[in-house]
Design a protein around this ligand. Structure first.
Ligand code: ADP
Ligand code: MG
Length: 749
């Protein structure tokens, strides 16, 4: 009770936004101030050095020692002007988070004065320290690719991502050098290397296709294509004091016990509701920190579930977007702490209300700024658009199960397939208009309706809505309605991969998507080659023939209906689309030749690297479930049973005292009777859980068997114990209950 009262009386922490001319600084004045941007580099570096750097960014040259030294010196001076004492290579091991090891700029220099050594201290950052570091990294997940006796791993500066400053202690700061992490033999041990590889091959194959369909009248030849990514981050915020009273949340990130309060999300009043002031204060401080880091935060709002919120940035080039999403999660975590709040990134912290996702908005953009997924006013005439749209569909058609593997985890399993998130079937939603466009091309007939004059609007492609109120302005309707149930929806000029989990790094799913699309583009290019024959370019007819060909091949992966319905599950089965319900099944797909061969062919994962991923993911899954089992066991034995026993004792003592004075004790006895079978079942459940934990500990060398056991035995044992613990929660006297309940967790912010 005292904790609740304390948390209720907490005033929001207010930070003073830095002022300028008597007003808070504008975002544009803060944005990127802690980033060693291209602009900073160009003003601080000698021209030839900066040009060498740019040439290496284009992949035309590698950085020599002198250039590296010059860049390192400029970065150090810039950082030291802003209070930096340390630097770190910042990298992304396969842990869904980031890793760093700080080194100070301190170097000792000896001088000799009349034969006596004098040691002097100087601040340095050398080119080789900038380029490469060797963390003693044997304790990162490597999936068997590296054992402790050959523990060398290297972090290498990722020149594509700018360096930045983060706060250090006592007002100092630390220079962060974004890096990749590879093994002694050059295998990818991290999330970044494979993402970079996949972006490169996607670009290469996209350019191949664009070259084939090049319009001879257009002078600009595309030389670069990049993937754009916007990540909508959902999360829960709860009171930190209450959080500390929940071992399950602290250890596993989700509640393992707890039933729904009478009022949760059924009134649909939280979504887009007024943001609680304490939360708004935290959000705003978080955005302030992120602006300084150059993260383009755009949108903040309440989400559907109680205590659930969202932060969405403006999209950026994929690798930068991934860095920025990881920074966002880190900053949210730290700032929430300052506000005595706890942020939960788990996909399903609370049973019975919506979970959190991280929608990945994905598109491809050329070096002249053309979005290849922009349908324009007449998509039926926009052949490049149709070709890239179909390549994406082909990727889904052939490798939907691989994409499903990319979003699988013990935590996301609770969300995918539950009735509020897309199921384990990967399909694509296109909307009425594009569906009609593809159908008409396939059936060799003109496009219906959408282009008739009365359907044309002021806005490209849309139609005007009549609101029947004279004073309201006309609005243009979008080309398509939304489909919130689709795991992969076309939303205007991009695909939205909606099934991605809130907690995970989006690097792996985006890498797999890029790879599959790159592979599909390779097929498209081959088909275009075939059609064009000896001609220099594929003509319009050639392109339409190819488009038709791919429309036929990708029909099955298109679905416009309700993805949550049972009818879809049946229909998908008829179409031969895999319905992958859990992580164990999903990870197995990484080992299928169809997927592994493709990933090797596009040069993103060697077989060995892929196997190591599989191993790491499956092992992590099993460990996560195992930790949940142990946590629940401890909570029941040490907290829930004692609480129920204390309540029983009070009831029993009350009953016997009442009997002694000849007053009726039936009400007490009735509750006691209700409690007994639940307790018996709970104890039996605990015995079974212990058995399953022991059995899982016995599986020592077969990672697949361990994963299977976690999914088929441990998880049901956990669910079984939970059902009785939840039943107890609803009848044991509130003052006996040792855990804050959902009501308190949801409402005390
Ligand atoms: P919607 O309302 O369709 O979800 P928003 O404009 O709210 O779209 O954008 C959602 C996210 O998608 C944002 O992060 C936004 O920057 C991103 N986004 C918008 N256009 C693109 C694009 N072409 N490619 C990738 N991401 C995009
Ligand atoms: Mg959302």
């Amino acid at each position: 009770v005292s904790t609740v009262v304390e948390s209720l009386t907490k005033a929001p922490r207010n930070i003073a936004f830095p002022q300028k001319d008597g007003r808070p600084q504008l975002i544009s004045e803060i944005f990127g101030q802690n980033v060693f941007s291209f602009k900073q580099m160009s003003t601080r570096l000698p021209k030839p050095v900066y040009n060498t750097f740019l040439r290496q960014l284009r992949g035309n040259e590698t950085i020599d020692k002198n250039t590296a030294d010059a860049i390192a010196h400029a970065a150090k001076v810039w950082a030291m002007e802003r209070g930096a004492t340390h630097f770190t290579h910042w990298f992304q091991p396969q842990t869904d988070s980031t890793a760093e090891k700080h080194d100070s700029f301190l170097t000792l220099k000896s001088t000799f004065e009349k034969g006596f050594e004098e040691v002097e201290c100087v601040d340095t950052l050398s080119g080789s320290q900038l380029l490469q570091s060797e963390p003693d990294a044997s304790s990162f997940p490597s999936g068997g690719m590296r054992s402790t006796f050959e523990a060398r791993g290297y972090t290498i500066w990722d020149t594509k991502s700018p360096m930045f400053l983060q706060e250090g202690p006592h007002g100092t700061s630390v220079l962060y050098i974004p890096s990749v992490f590879i093994s002694y033999n050059g295998q990818a041990l991290d999330e970044k290397t494979v993402l970079l590889r996949s972006s490169e091959v996607l670009a290469k194959n996209a350019i191949k296709v664009l070259d084939l369909i090049h319009d001879p009248e257009n002078e600009h030849r595309v030389r670069q294509v990049h993937t754009s990514l916007g990540t909508e981050q959902e999360y829960f915020l709860i009171d930190r004091a209450l959080y500390t009273l929940r071992p399950d949340l602290k250890i596993t990130g989700r509640t393992l016990i707890g039933g729904l309060p009478p009022r949760h999300q059924q009134l649909e009043d939280h979504y887009f509701g007024k943001i609680p002031s304490r939360v708004l204060a935290a959000m705003s401080e978080c955005e302030y920190e992120l602006y300084k880091l150059g993260v383009p935060c755009k949108t903040r709002h309440n989400e559907v579930a109680p205590a659930q919120f969202e932060l969405a940035p403006i999209y950026e080039e994929a690798m930068i977007a991934v860095d920025h999403n990881l920074l966002t999660m880190d900053v949210l975590h730290r700032v929430a702490h300052r506000h005595k709040l706890k942020v939960l990134f788990h996909e399903k912290p609370f049973k019975g209300v919506n979970g959190s996702g991280k929608h990945c908005n994905w598109s491809m953009t050329t070096d002249s700024g053309i979005n290849l997924l922009e349908p324009t006013a007449k998509p039926e005439k926009n052949l490049p658009f149709l070709i890239f749209l179909l390549a994406t569909l082909k990727a889904l058609q052939d490798h939907g199960d691989l994409l499903r593997a990319g979003i699988a985890s013990a935590s996301n399993d609770h969300r995918l397939g539950a009735h509020e998130a897309p199921p384990g079937i990967i399909s694509a939603f296109l909307g009425d208009h594009l569906t009609e466009v593809l159908d008409s091309i396939e059936q060799d007939r003109p496009v219906k309706a959408f282009n008739s004059p009365e359907m044309q609007s002021v806005r490209v492609g849309g139609t005007v809505l009549d609101l029947k109120v004279a004073t309201l302005p006309n609005i243009a309707r979008d080309l398509t309605d939304r489909n919130r149930t689709s795991p992969f929806a076309f939303t205007g000029n991009k695909f939205e991969f909606r099934a991605v989990g809130s907690k995970q790094s989006v690097s792996f799913p985006v890498t797999l998507l890029n790879s599959a699309v790159a592979s599909a583009l390779e097929e498209v290019a081959a088909e275009l080659e075939k059609q064009k024959g000896d001609k220099e370019y594929a003509s319009e007819e050639d392109q339409i023939a190819v488009i038709k060909h791919f429309i036929k091949l990708t029909k099955d992966v298109r679905f416009e209906g309700d993805n949550y319905s049972d009818a879809w599950v049946e229909e998908a089965e008829k179409r031969g689309l895999p319905n992958i319900k859990n992580s164990y099944d999903a990870f197995s797909r990484l080992r299928e030749a169809r997927n592994a061969d493709m990933l090797e062919k596009v040069g993103v994962f060697s077989k060995e690297e892929l196997h190591s991923r599989y191993h790491i993911l499956m092992e992590k899954y099993a460990k996560d479930v195992r930790i949940e089992a142990q946590t629940l066991h401890t909570m029941v034995v040490q907290q829930i049973l004692p609480a129920a026993f204390a309540y029983r004792k009070e009831l029993a003592e009350g009953a016997s005292m009442l009997k002694a004075v000849d007053a009726g004790a039936e009400p007490e006895l009735k509750v006691l009777k209700e409690l007994t079978p639940i307790l018996t079942n709970l104890q039996a459940g605990i015995v079974d859980l212990e058995k399953q934990i022991a059995a899982s500990d016995d599986i020592t060398d077969d990672i697949a068997a361990l994963g299977k056991h976690s999914q088929a035995e441990l998880l049901p044992a956990i669910e079984n114990v939970r059902s009785y613990a939840d039943a107890l929660e609803s009848i044991v006297g509130d003052k006996f209950w040792p855990l804050p309940k959902y009501t308190e967790l949801f409402l005390n912010i």
